[in-house]
Design a protein around this ligand. Structure first.
Ligand code: AHR
Length: 518
């Protein structure tokens, strides 16, 4: 079969992307469609937007008076691009910010709202222009569900209870009337409500037992009509500490939908010097792959605890902050956590998606940090301009996996990338039956130098052709800039099978997603 080289050549990838090869292919992927697994909850593709740097102000919110085209203050260009990702869920207002956020500061006429200092993020003024009503405008524009993170650290049970009442009350209470006066007579739909954030750190430096008591205390007073009662989330642990999952799943399980978990990928694994976002050495490409793949161990360890304490699987394991965290871009406010986003980030995202899919029965929500201009962002803005990052494209390519049914697979003869006993799997794969009835497969090649041949076999199904998209580039740190906003983007591909089987050449450092057709 002849090589098919679509617009990938424009990306400078000097590879024949797809070819039907004989049986000497290295890696063999078998998808078992006869034993469907758990549904991949669409909320695995959730996002996170915090009052941090230009993540909300500038990046998303410009205000209704801005010359930048907007709807109710939210940028049309950014919201339009995000809609293409089918963002299912948006977490707000933090993060660390949440535990210093007082919701009453963010309602009523914008000009009269108090100005506070964002003590967590750069010490800049926070004028509260974006508050509860503006947030719900945004989720409505996106067609997403709302995940509101409450203030446990510096709030009170009364303040938190009143916020839930303000958002959800259908009755004639003064708070419901105030919400109507502020422009929203109907209750807001709060899909999820978290009680605090990172209680082990910026949320109050607590011990899990103390937080568990506080969680139960606060949650007692969070009331709403049954049809609009949010699902409650307990703020859990991190990669260094699974005692949070242990304690919370024992002590605070009743009426709790999920326990959260945060894991960030740092190239060096050192918070003091994390590693650069661009211009990094191959050793940091490797360590980033290796470090991000460790989330699998963390999930397994925590899920084992949940399986012991919650065998009926009522509690979800919600990775509500994850992504890459690099040294902040030189010349920017260190408190704004702005970093460039490259092909490496897209590969990291796809590796994480494949792991989340493999744990779909417990990992029913994740929220990447963060949506715009902060950490591993989908979109970067500069005044009236915006660009889409490689991570954006990874999310877009994986849209068919939202609410798809995961399928077991085996990868035989997988390659290893790395040396001296420190290798990582060369190929990562995931497969699912999507809601459109099609079988989708995702492949990731962690090796930045070598393409890998992968033979696809779906017992019981003769493969006719595959068609999808591939994201790769020549440089490990390929990224889009305002001068070259299309430097890296996915390219379409398709390939015919021979004899019911198909062998793909997966380019070096690539993400591929495709549908399998008969
Ligand atoms: O995402 C940035 C910060 O990382 C969040 O505010 C906090 O929860 C975490 O430490």
């Amino acid at each position: 079969m002849p090589c098919f080289k679509p617009s990938i050549l424009a990306l400078g990838i000097p590879l024949c992307i797809l070819t039907a090869l004989p049986a000497f292919a290295q890696v063999s992927l078998t998808v078992d469609t006869s034993r469907p697994g758990a549904v991949i909850n669409k909320n695995v593709y959730g996002q996170f937007a915090e009052h941090l740097g230009t993540g909300i102000y500038e990046g998303l919110w410009v205000g209704p008076e801005s010359k930048i085209p907007n709807t109710k203050g939210w940028r049309k260009d950014v919201v339009g691009a995000l809609k293409d990702l089918h963002v299912p869920l948006l977490r707000w207002p933090g993060g660390c910010f949440a535990d210093e956020y007082h919701w009453k500061d963010g309602i009523g006429p914008r000009g009269k709202r108090p100005v506070k200092v964002n003590t967590n993020w750069g010490g800049v003024p926070e004028n509260n222009a974006v508050g509860t009503h503006e947030f719900f405008d945004l989720v409505e524009l996106l067609g997403a569900d709302a995940y509101v993170n409450g203030n446990l650290g510096t709030g009170t049970p009364q303040e938190m209870a009143e916020w839930v009442e303000y958002m959800t009350s259908e009755g004639k209470s003064s708070l419901a009337e105030l919400r109507a006066k502020n422009g929203h007579p109907q209750p807001f739909k709060v899909a999820y409500f978290a009680i605090g954030n990172e209680a082990w750190g910026c949320g109050g430096n607590m011990k899990p037992e103390y937080y568990a008591s506080l969680y139960k205390h606060y949650k007692t007073f969070l009331k709403a009509p049954p049809n609009v009662l949010p699902k409650f989330i307990a703020s859990g642990g991190n990669d260094n500490d699974s005692s949070w999952t242990e304690t919370l799943s024992r002590e605070a399980a009743h009426g709790t939908d999920g326990i959260s978990f945060h894991y960030y990928t740092l190239p060096t694994d050192k918070w003091e010097k994390k590693g650069a976002a661009t211009g990094f050495p191959e050793s940091e490409w490797f360590s980033t792959m290796s470090n991000t793949l460790r989330i699998d161990e963390h999930i397994k360890r925590n899920v084992a605890i949940l399986d012991k304490n919650d065998p009926q699987k009522k509690i979800g394991f919600y990775v509500d902050e994850w992504g890459t965290w690099y040294d902040v871009e030189q010349g920017t406010n260190p408190g704004f956590l702005f970093q460039r986003n490259t092909l490496r980030d897209a590969v990291v995202a796809a590796l994480n998606f494949n792991i989340f899919h493999a744990h779909a029965d417990r990992v029913r929500m994740t929220n990447i940090a963060q949506m715009v201009n902060v950490l591993q962002a989908m979109i970067i803005t500069d005044k009236d301009k915006m660009l889409l990052t490689p991570t954006y494209y990874a999310y877009k390519m994986y849209v068919p996996f939202q609410d798809a049914t995961s399928l077991p697979l085996t990868l035989a003869n997988n390659t290893t990338y790395g040396a001296n006993g420190k290798g990582v799997p060369g190929i990562s794969a995931s497969a699912a039956r999507a809601r459109d009835g099609k079988l989708y497969v995702a492949l990731v090649n962690t090796n930045p130098h070598e393409a890998t041949d992968v033979t696809l076999d779906v017992p019981g199904q003769a493969i006719g052709k595959v068609a999808g998209q591939v994201l790769s580039a020549e440089a490990m740190d390929a990224h889009n800039t305002f001068d070259r906003p299309q430097a890296i983007k996915p390219a379409p591909f398709s390939a015919q099978a021979a004899g019911g089987k198909l062998t793909l050449k997966v380019p070096a450092k690539a993400v591929m997603v495709f549908a399998v057709e008969g």
